[in-house]
Design a protein around this ligand. Structure first.
Ligand code: NAP
Ligand code: L37
Length: 284
């Protein structure tokens, strides 16, 4: 039996539509939510994502400002810009699109962003709040994944959840969110032995590795929910996930496509975080 394909684009649209109302209420109070997106260098994937983020802002009614720089930008100059944005009360959210050029220390940049404006939830203060519960901002991609799982109607409590990948952006916070919903969580990475066997235990499988079609149908438990975070461009310029869709969709009960799965949800959560930032800053 073929799996039901979870339509991330449609679910993201619902999230954004709900936000429009919140934005209008804020505007009526004289608060204009504003997101600043900073992009350094000419990574084509980052360019697409930043454009999609700006487009989403427009849809929701959030003001977006882009600062684009060549790869030669100095770390010091970026830190100065962040300092200026931190102190500009008309700016609610600051997002520095990663990856940054090698000569810029990403950790240093993340640490420089005021936690109240850190809509990516990458600052250690926000990461800590995700771990202890009750965060101000949700981690965009993992929270988007949670909404997609929610949409299947499946209760996470007590389920075997396997996350493949342990990055600070996706894998690690993903595991925390699944744990918070009482999943029994296993995290896999490049040193995991018998990856297929571990994946096959999963009722809910989230894959965020960055290796095209790494996970095949043979690694999936019949009836599992499969969420594919991977966004890989093949030589033929085709976009594929970390899961082999053709074989996996024969075994899973629900599966996300690439594109049109997790990507649009990442952006929808970013919009939620920006509106939340504007709300929190307006009651100060
Ligand atoms: P990352 O920082 O490169 O991390 C990749 C993780 O995968 C690491 O933990 C690595 O293990 C693990 N890994 C690598 N090869 C493996 C293997 N053969 N078996 C098991 N684990 C393996 O990547 P990321 O930022 O998390 O992104 C992952 C993918 O998701 C990429 O394709 C990225 O483009 C995509 N992504 C999509 C969205 C979206 O919104 N759709 C958002 C963010 C990222 P080690 O830790 O041991 O090295
Ligand atoms: N929050 N996310 C945040 N901060 C960062 O610094 N790098 C990074 C990050 N990752 C990120 O932006 N990922 C991402 C991935 C895919 C999309 C958007 C953001 C996306 O829009 N994906 C579309 C297709 C895009 C395409 O055509 O290439 C999709 O449907 O999947």
């Amino acid at each position: 039996m073929a799996a039901t394909v979870i339509n991330g684009k449609e679910i993201a649209k619902k999230v954004k539509d709900n936000l429009k109302n919140d934005v209008q209420i804020l505007k009526d109070k004289g608060v204009k939510p504003c997101l600043v997106v900073v992009i350094v260098g000419d990574d084509p994937a980052s360019r697409v994502y930043v454009n999609n983020k700006k487009k989403a802002c427009e849809e929701v009614g959030i003001k977006s400002i882009e600062h684009a720089f060549g790869a030669e930008l100095k770390e010091e100059e970026l830190l100065q810009l962040i300092d200026k944005l931190n102190n500009d009360s008309s700016v609610n959210g600051i997002l520095v699109q990663l990856p940054l050029p090698k000569h810029i220390n990403e950790e240093k940049i993340i640490m420089a962003i005021k936690p109240e404006k850190d809509v990516d939830a990458f600052h250690p203060i926000n990461v800590g709040k995700i771990m202890t519960g009750n965060p101000d901002f949700m981690p965009c991609t993992p929270a988007g994944v949670m909404k997609l799982i929610e949409e299947t109607g499946i209760d996470i409590a007590g389920k075997e959840c396997v996350v493949v990948g342990r990055s600070n952006i996706v894998g690690k916070p993903q595991a925390m969110l699944l744990l918070a919903k009482n999943g029994t969580v296993t995290i896999c990475h490049s040193r995991t032995k018998n990856l297929e066997e571990v994946c096959k235990r999963a009722d809910i499988l989230v894959v965020a590795v960055g290796k095209p079609e790494l996970i095949k149908g043979s690694a999936i438990k019949p009836g599992a929910v499969v969420i594919d975070v991977g966004t890989n461009r093949t030589e033929a310029k085709k976009l594929v996930g970390d899961v082999e869709f053709s074989s996996a969709s024969e075994v899973a009960s629900y599966i996300t496509p690439v594109p049109g799965g997790v990507g649009p949800m990442t952006i929808a959560i970013l919009m939620e975080n920006t509106v939340k930032a504007a709300k929190l800053q307006s009651v100060k």
